[in-house]
Ligand binder design. Structure first.
Ligand code: 13P
Length: 237
């Protein structure tokens, strides 16, 4: 399974280093064989060698150049970062990234062989418009994306469930994941208000290959507990 922490715009460089080391120690002490990804704020990126894979929450689709306020692959290479989050709803809806921009990023980092965690998800308004509208909307977020890309990981994150404490029902998550899997065979993570109290049951669902955790990942003990849930589920298969 894949357990990912999106730290968003939280933690300083020092706190992030401490966090990653705590998670790394946990993985080693508990013989964790699951894939664990951590996405720190860009200013907290650092070289990390170990079981934890550090990825970038965002980067501009360029090696380097005149893109004020952005970082490119040159800055990622400094820390040996080969994993990136693309299409997160906060970038789409808060920052205003369009599907065309998302596709450009996807293609650039795909060409470089990055592991890409590609996020999709619907707003509450779309969800309430019914299944057909919702599936069409989610499919529109696949436009221009190579769903066969070998280093692709998909993350389904309903926008209305992010940071709100709300989640779809377990039945809804499972049925939606199984539908998305008909369109794309890549590992599929669920994200949106995943926390210690619900992670185990979400991870146990059919069609869920892992979780992408925001707020509840900020506490390393909580994040490690969720990693352990995933390990236990795999061990019991
Ligand atoms: P929360 O876990 O805080 O709802 O955030 C989910 C998310 O956006 C992960 O990318």
């Amino acid at each position: 399974m894949i357990i990912a922490a999106n730290l968003k715009t939280n933690l300083t460089r020092e706190k992030t280093d401490k966090y990653i080391n705590e998670v790394e120690n946990f993985l080693n002490q508990h013989g964790i064989s699951q894939e664990v990804l951590v996405f720190p704020a860009l200013s907290s990126l650092n070289l990390h060698v170990g079981k934890v894979t550090v990825g970038a929450q965002n980067a501009y689709p360029a090696q380097n150049g005149a893109f004020t306020g952005e970082i490119g692959n040159e800055q990622l290479e400094e820390f040996n970062i080969k994993t990136i989050l693309i299409g997160h709803s906060e970038r789409r809806h808060v920052i205003g990234e369009t599907q065309a921009e998302v596709v450009k990023k996807f293609n650039f980092y795909k060409e470089l062989g990055f592991k890409i965690v590609y996020c999709i998800g619907e707003s509450l308004q779309i969800r309430e418009a019914g299944d057909k509208v919702m599936m069409n909307y989610l499919s529109s977020q696949f436009e221009g994306i190579d769903l066969e890309y070998e280093n692709l990981i998909l993350a389904y994150e309903p926008v209305w469930a992010i940071g709100t404490g709300l989640t779809p029902t377990l039945e809804d998550i499972e049925s939606l994941h199984l539908k998305l899997k008909e369109q794309c065979k890549a590992p599929l993570l669920y994200g949106g208000s995943v926390k210690v109290s619900n992670a185990e049951e979400v991870l146990a669902l059919n069609g869920v290959d892992g979780v992408l955790v925001g707020g509840a990942s900020l506490n390393s003990d909580d994040f490690c507990t969720m990693v352990k849930y995933a390990q236990n589920i795999e061990n019991n298969k």
